[in-house]
Design a protein around this ligand. Structure first.
Ligand code: GDP
Ligand code: MG
Length: 178
């Protein structure tokens, strides 16, 4: 096992309005952070050092998926930039769930030979009365796509830390199996 810190790029992708930026701002303000001097370039990129299972990991979180208008990040660049991906949909928006499936396929195509850690994230789980995608549908989709699954609420800060810890654990599993 290594004692130094590990650096990982984690990219948020998903439809408009599903809560990617809300999740990114929680990450930016993470209480567990050892690095209080978080840089948020227009709310797009943030680096944080977090401790997971007693081991340090430095995560650069990219919330750049919806930024193509400014010409700064193309979706193709986002598809190449990540060591891991959080594919986010809203449990209140079935279209965003279908979009998540498309993105999984797109990602697989873009990074064919690589075994990239992915978590399918069903956000807005606080909006129980507006739910359009059930937990079991989300879970089943993740099984099909061979990735992890979690439901989060950025507003309630529910499972958000668990999501970031989960992606770090996935990255370490890949690292340790090499
Ligand atoms: P993005 O387009 O994916 O970056 O989505 P945003 O982070 O901008 O969020 C879109 C809207 O959904 C905003 O009004 C957020 O306040 C709201 N939102 C984001 N996450 C949640 C959540 O977990 N629960 C609820 N109720 N609203 C959320
Ligand atoms: Mg956004």
């Amino acid at each position: 096992t290594e004692s130094g810190s590990s650096l990982y790029n984690v990219v948020l992708i998903g439809g408009n309005g599903v809560g990617k930026s809300a999740l990114a701002s929680i990450f930016a303000g993470a209480e567990d952070s050892m690095d209080s001097d978080c840089e948020l370039y227009g709310g797009q990129i943030c680096e944080q050092t977090i401790v997971v299972d007693g081991e340090i990991a430095t995560i650069t979180l990219l919330d750049t998926w919806d930024c193509q208008e400014q010409g700064s990040w193309s979706q193709e660049q986002c598809m190449q930039a990540g060591d891991a991906y959080l594919i986010v949909y809203s449990i209140t928006d079935r279209d965003s769930f279908e979009k998540a499936s498309e993105l999984r396929i797109q990602l697989r195509r873009a990074r064919q030979s690589e075994d990239i850690p992915i978590i399918l994230v069903g956000n807005k789980c606080d909006l129980v009365r507006c739910r359009e995608v059930s937990v079991s549908e989300g879970r089943a989709c993740a099984v099909v796509f061979d990735c992890k699954f979690i439901e989060t609420s950025a507003v309630m800060q529910h499972n958000v830390q668990e999501m970031f810890e989960g992606i770090v654990r996935q990255l370490r599993l890949r690292r340790d199996s090499k």
